[in-house]
Ligand binder design. Structure first.
Ligand SMILES: Nc1nc2c(ncn2[C@@H]2O[C@H](COP(=O)(O)OP(=O)(O)OP(=O)(O)O)[C@@H](O)[C@H]2O)c(=O)[nH]1
Length: 292
């Protein structure tokens, strides 16, 4: 039996229904991160695992694919080239006026298989759906077009079928046992990263790495220690904020997400560390069980 695996990016204008669709496709447990910031850096929104396939949802069309066999929490440290996702799901609101020329250009250039999802069809007449389908056929001629209502889970199955059909043959990118401690550490670090993306200006998220240095589960509580690593003191000061206010905010919001995801009370401690020679990080990482 061949195995399929690949990256699927869900893109589209704000409010088009991307998160709603994601939740439908991935299911609640894994759809844990709802980033708002636009960034070229990959972010994993959720992973669907099956014996025969693994679908990795991301919100950016350019993504950094980890090397096979790399442990999932190491993928931030791989400097692979930014490549296209395997599949682009472009979500458009049926009521949206078609001023999407910029997106069209990008979609045309992409090497990914493109599926146009015309969303919110519960709010429109059949004629409009046909009109939109024709519009997208003519403008883009994508590999697939589906009209659906993400909110009402209406006609979302063809989207999953399209993804499965077009997913390349590839071994899994991430370990499938998503409830292992390692994967949980990965998602937990993503939650901190997401908050950093949300609360800081551009250069800070780009120059930080989040390491989960300890993850200890006891009966009632999970104790998590994280290090946010930067290269300069100035970045550390910004991250911490006046009297620790910014870091506290990151911690509070990240902890809430963690508690919801892990279904347990979380004690989160975070340290910001300056490591100027971060490029020679191999030994440092090894000390926390990370291996490149
Ligand atoms: N009527 C209707 N409303 C929908 C549908 N899908 C999503 N919505 C609503 O549209 C709004 C935006 O949905 P989101 O899923 O947050 O959209 P998004 O594209 O992720 O938005 P951003 O995070 O701003 O990029 C929400 O109020 C949803 O409830 C749909 O199929 N029909």
């Amino acid at each position: 039996m061949t195995h399929k695996a690949g990256f699927v990016s869900i893109i589209g204008k704000p409010n088009a229904g991307k998160s709603t669709l994601m939740n439908q496709l991935v299911g609640e447990r894994m759809a844990i991160i709802t980033p708002k910031a636009q960034t070229t850096r990959h972010r994993i929104l959720g992973i669907v695992n099956h014996d025969d396939y693994q679908i990795v949802f991301s919100d950016t069309p350019g993504i950094i694919k980890p090397n096979y066999k790399l442990q999932e929490n190491m993928m931030h440290f791989v400097d692979d080239a930014l490549v296209d996702a395997d599949i682009l799901v472009f979500v458009t609101d049926i009521n949206e006026k078609q001023d999407e020329e910029d997106v069209l250009e990008k979609l045309k250039k992409s090497t990914a298989k493109v599926l146009v999802v015309i969303n919110k069809i519960d709010e429109s007449k059949n004629e409009l759906i046909d009109e939109k389908i024709n519009y997208w056929k003519e403008k883009l001629n994508p590999e697939g077009i589906v009209g659906c209502s993400a909110l009402h889970a209406y006609n979302t199955e063809p989207i999953m079928s399209f993804i499965l059909e077009n997913l390349p043959e590839h071994p899994a990118y991430y370990e499938k046992d998503e409830l292992t401690d390692r994967s949980e550490r990965f998602f937990v670090s993503e939650m901190i990263r997401e908050k950093i993306f949300k609360f800081y200006k551009k250069e800070i998220p780009y120059s930080t790495e989040v390491l989960i240095t300890s993850f200890k589960e006891s009966k009632d509580i999970i104790k998590i220690s994280a290090e946010i690593v930067v290269e300069r003191d100035s970045q550390k000061n910004i991250l911490i904020g006046a009297a620790g206010s910014m870091l506290k905010k990151v911690g509070t919001y990240a902890r809430q997400d963690m508690e919801e995801f892990l279904k347990k009370k979380v004690f989160l401690e975070m340290f910001v560390k300056v490591i100027p020679d971060w490029r020679n990080r191999e030994n440092y990482l090894k000390s926390f069980g990370y291996s490149e």
